[in-house]
Design a binder for this molecule. Sequence first.
Ligand SMILES: NC(=O)C1=CN([C@@H]2O[C@H](COP(=O)(O)OP(=O)(O)OC[C@H]3O[C@@H](n4cnc5c(N)ncnc54)[C@H](OP(=O)(O)O)[C@@H]3O)[C@@H](O)[C@H]2O)C=CC1
Ligand SMILES: O=C(O)C1=N[C@H](C(=O)O)C[C@H](O)C1
Length: 234
Amino acid sequence: MGLEVCKAVDAAADLDLVALINQGDSLESASGSGARVLVDFTNPGVVMENLRWAIGQGIHVVVGTSGFTEERLAQVRGWLAEKPGVGVVIAPNFGIGAILMMRFAASAARYFDSVEIIEQHHPRKLDAPSGTAMHTARLIAEARKAANCPPMPDATQEELDGARGTDIDGVRVHAVRAAGLVAHQEVLFGAAGETLTIRHDSLDRSSFMPGVVLAVREVVKRPGLTLGLDELLD
Ligand SMILES: NC(=O)C1=CN([C@@H]2O[C@H](COP(=O)(O)OP(=O)(O)OC[C@H]3O[C@@H](n4cnc5c(N)ncnc54)[C@H](OP(=O)(O)O)[C@@H]3O)[C@@H](O)[C@H]2O)C=CC1
Ligand SMILES: O=C(O)C1=N[C@H](C(=O)O)C[C@H](O)C1
């Protein structure tokens, strides 16, 4: 992802790529470069350190790295409170189609008895379930709660651990890893006599780049924490 982002920023006439940071490089090389925005696609083990450093330097941050819990978000808000002019965009998925898939899933959530999420990714993905699946589950749970939907009626007993996936805010999530895949997600809704499937496929990593470039342009105008790209698209 890091290399794809470098190519996309380099190709944008209104943006300058001023620094590339690899594992082992000093973050200080970014401050010396005059960078206004740091883009982070690393891993959940290092992203917080990078965020704290950039916010402290007054550098805006666009984050694609997964692994953001409520605790982590609270920590980021705390750092931002000390630097009121700085903006951070954290997006579980920069694909425009994926953002619409989540939006449509949240809209459909109240009308069905059952909903389960099946995410599918390339075999090198380190985290499971994906950040997108967790975010989708939370959006669905919020929508169902707001509409006073009852709990889902589906059996959750398992003969073997994991057979029914994992429970995120009452929504079952299943993670598949297989060679040949890139990043895919199905949200399967069920009610009496009908199902609705909302599916998104990222077939290539270029699918994330228009969203990343949009976030880089927008983050400098949005102090504080912006979660997801939804509001940037409106
Ligand atoms: N929001 C979105 O739309 C998307 C999010 N993602 C997420 O982005 C993250 C990265 O994904 P992906 O590119 O596939 O993962 P990779 O493992 O291919 O790349 C991560 C890179 O980060 C490097 N790295 C590790 N530590 C540091 C550090 N301290 N400073 C700088 N670089 C470091 C790694 O170096 P090394 O190889 O030496 O370990 C590696 O090159 C994941 O969390 C993934 O889930 C991915 C795609 C889209
Ligand atoms: O690791 C990936 O590849 C992806 N990670 C993100 C996630 O965890 O949701 C976004 C997309 O699914 C690709």
